[in-house]
Design a protein around this ligand. Structure first.
Ligand code: NAD
Ligand code: UDP
Length: 292
C-alpha cells in the first residue's frame, strides 16, 4: 500500500549526529531508513527507534551501490574523529568520494533531495577568521588529515557537479565542531575525551599548549539547522556553515570541564597532532539570514 509519509535515508544514521537526526525526522512524521556499516556507529544509538514501524536499520557500506526507494537522502556516513578517520585513511576517502557518488546516483534516479554533511575541515588550517563560506581554505593535501579534508572537498565538488550537470536538488552543510549525548566514550574528540577523563579522575590530555581554538555547537541546535536547510527552497544549495560562532581555546575548555565536573584531574601536555588547525570559528551570517 502506498504511503504519503516522507521516506528518508540517513546514511551514518547509527552514529552520533545521525542518530539524533533519525529521532528528529521520525518525530516530524517521516519514515526513516538508517544505513550504516557500524564502523564508528552503534546499534545502541538507535535502540529506542528499532521497535518503531517508522524506523528501519540496514547494515550497508555506502562505498557499494544501494537500490532503495526514498524521497530524501541525508548523507552523513563517514568517521568524523581524527583517530577514526586516520585509522584506515583509504577507506575514509572511499567513503567520502565513492559513497557520495553512490548516494548522488541514488538521488538522481529517484529525483530525491540530497543533503551532504560536509565539514569545517574543508577550510583546513584557516588563515581567515572567522571562516565565511567564500573562503577557499588552506588544506594540506598530503598530510594525515587529508583523507578526510580532501575527501569531503571532493564530495562537495561532486555535489555541485551533479547540481549543474543533472539539476539535482542538493544541500551542502559545512558542520563545525559539535558535541552532545551519544558521542562514543572512546570517540577521541576533545569534548568527550575531556569529560570522560575528568569523570574518571584521569589526566586531561591537552594537545599542544591549548591555545588552539574551536567553537562548539550543541547537537540539537545543529540538527535544527539540518532540517531547516533541507526544508529551504531548492535554490538554497549551500554550502552553508552550521555551528556556534563562539570561539573557545582548548585550554579554556579543559578548565571548564574540570570546574563543572569538580574533578581532581590534572592537565597533562601531549604533542600537538600534525596539521591541527590553530584557529577555527564559523561565520554563520548566511545561516542566520537564510535559516533564521
Ligand atoms: P560518527 O563517527 O559518530 O558517525 C559516522 C557514522 O557513519 C557512523 O555510524 C559510522 O559507522 C558510519 N559510517 C562510516 N563509514 C561508513 C560507510 N562507508 N558506510 C556506511 N556507514 C558508514 O560521526 P558524527 O560526528 O556523527 O559525524 C557524522 C557526519 O557529520 C560525518 O560525515 C562527519 O564528517 C560530519 N561532521 C561531524 C562533525 C561533528 O563535530 N560531529 C563536524 C563536521 C562534520
Ligand atoms: N584535543 C586535545 N586533547 C584531546 C583531544 C583533542 O587537546 O584529548 C585538541 C585537538 O588537538 C584539537 C582540538 O582539541 O586542537 C579539537 O580536537 P577534535 O579532535 O575534537 O576535533 P578537530 O581537531 O577535528 O576539530
Amino acid at each position: 500500500m502506498s504511503s504519503v509519509r516522507r521516506r528518508i535515508i540517513v546514511t551514518g544514521g547509527a552514529g552520533f549526529l545521525g542518530s539524533h537526526l533519525c529521532e528528529r525526522l521520525i518525530g516530524g512524521g517521516a519514515d526513516v531508513l538508517c544505513v550504516d556499516n557500524y564502523f564508528t556507529g552503534r546499534k545502541e544509538n538507535v535502540a529506542s527507534l528499532l521497535p518503531l514501524p517508522q524506523f528501519e536499520a540496514m547494515r550497508h557500506d555506502i562505498t557499494h551501490p544501494l537500490f532503495v526507494e526514498v524521497d530524501e537522502i541525508y548523507n552523513l556516513a563517514c568517521p568524523a574523529s581524527p583517530i577514526h578517520y586516520q585509522f584506515d585513511p583509504v577507506q575514509t576517502t572511499k567513503t567520502s568520494v565513492i559513497g557520495a557518488i553512490n548516494m548522488l546516483g541514488l538521488a538522481k534516479r529517484l529525483k530525491a533531495r540530497i543533503f551532504q554533511a560536509s565539514t569545517s575541515e574543508v577550510y583546513g588550517d584557516p588563515n581567515l577568521h572567522p571562516q565565511p563560506e567564500s573562503y577557499r581554505g588552506n588544506v594540506n593535501p598530503i598530510g594525515p588529515r587529508a583523507c578526510y579534508d580532501e575527501g569531503k572537498r571532493c564530495a562537495e565538488t561532486l555535489f555541485f557537479d551533479y547540481f549543474r550537470q543533472h539539476q539535482l536538488k542538493i544541500r551542502v552543510a559545512r558542520i563545525f565542531n559539535t558535541y552532545g549525548p551519544r558521542m562514543h566514550p572512546n570517540d577521541g574528540r576533545v569534548v568527550s575525551n575531556f569529560i570522560v577523563q575528568a569523570l574518571r579522575g584521569a589526566p586531561i590530555t591537552l594537545y599542544g599548549d591549548g591555545t588552539q581554538t574551536r567553537a562548539f555547537c550543541y547537537v540539537d541546535d545543529l540538527v535544527d539547522g539540518f532540517v531547516k536547510l533541507m526544508a529551504a527552497p531548492d535554490t538554497i544549495t549551500g554550502p552553508i556553515n552550521l555551528g556556534n560562532p563562539v570561539e573557545t581555546s582548548i585550554v579554556e575548555l579543559a578548565g571548564l570541564v574540570i570546574e563543572l565536573t569538580g574533578s581532581r584531574s590534572k592537565i597533562v601536555p601531549r604533542s600537538l597532532p600534525v596539521d591541527d588547525p590553530v584557529q577555527r570559528c564559523p561565520d554563520i551570517t548566511e545561516a542566520e539570514r537564510i535559516l533564521g
